[in-house]
Design a protein around this ligand. Sequence first.
Ligand SMILES: *Cc1c(COP(=O)(O)O)cnc(C)c1O
Length: 395
Amino acid sequence: MSALAVDGGTPVRSTMLPYGRQSLDDDDLRAVLDVLRSDWLTTGPKVDEFERAFAQAVGANEAVAVSNGTAALHAAVHALGIGPGDEVVVPTMTFAASANAVLYEGGTPVFTDVDPKTLLINVARVTAKTKAIIAVDYAGQPCDYDALRAIGLPIIADASHALGGSDNGRPVGTLADLTTFSLHPVKHITTGEGGVITTNDAELATRMRRFRNHGISSDHRQREQQGSWFYEMVELGYNYRLTDFQCALGISQLRKLDERVQRRRAIAQRYDAAFRERSALTLLHTRPDVVHAYHLYPVLLNLEQLSAGRAEVFRALRAEGIGCNVHYIPVHLHPYYQQRFGTRGGMFPAAEDAYERMITLPMFASMSEQDVEDVIEAVGKVVTAYEARPVSCER
Ligand SMILES: *Cc1c(COP(=O)(O)O)cnc(C)c1O
């Protein structure tokens, strides 16, 4: 058995493989340049074009482009009219933005645990104050929206991980009242920063377009076309606009969505086959009849079989050149939430247990076959080394 790189052995890779990375081709760059040379850098024709292309890609009536995925969540929460005194159920196993968006509008996020096998939302309880549910398609797997809808509350899907996924042939983007996406470089397609909300409700879409433009009821281009200077601000909004050159990048990137998702799914299949039989690893369960879009590939370490904790395994993998990560620290454990809402360890055992044992492995469409094999080799090498060492009582 070769020595681990953390112990001075030769690493599996000489360069660090990141956990996620964008893919940009020449036609993407050309699309951006064309717009930079045009009259409209922002709030021009590419915004509508991108929104139409995005809506079509996910089979929704409406898509609203905003400046990032967090703004998308904020706009969705606003569109539902969430405000002070309103509670919104949010799974704790997510990125902090899913819960923060509720706070921006003065609402109260009420955390809930996740199913230990899928890490998808497990709604324990709703009350008269519960006004909505934010479900997170963790890792890229769509939640069971049929079950969530049966609760009878408006649902926002935070599908930042799940663009290109589907449930029984119904695409992510149509499964909830409002579905939000992020176009950050580690996500399936990117505009640098960017976000989109999809919905079938034209009125909600109108509200969100106004919200992203200061709460003003017409935009600059509409006024130009009408030859008018007049505008009215009818509510408090923000500047959450996405530029035309970002939208041009989005249009170009969208054309590659299907192949990107296929590639991620093929990598996941290879990982599944390599790791399924390793008793020191637990893989997450995929619900039947869903197309998992695999933004992330998390594995859970069965620590009782290993002489090292998650931190050591993490460090050992990094030393081998594998840029692993952890998604996520449960949101209720962040100091801000603990101090403001009195949340603490022990409240959500499934999410906390998963967090303690989790490592997310590199997953992005432009990974080469060799990159994938390097990850498999490094995980095998590190796990085997820690299985072989006697388990000590104090870790
Ligand atoms: C990426 C992400 C966001 C936020 O998206 P940004 O574009 O970075 O603002 C929100 N929720 C989840 C689950 C995410 O993964």
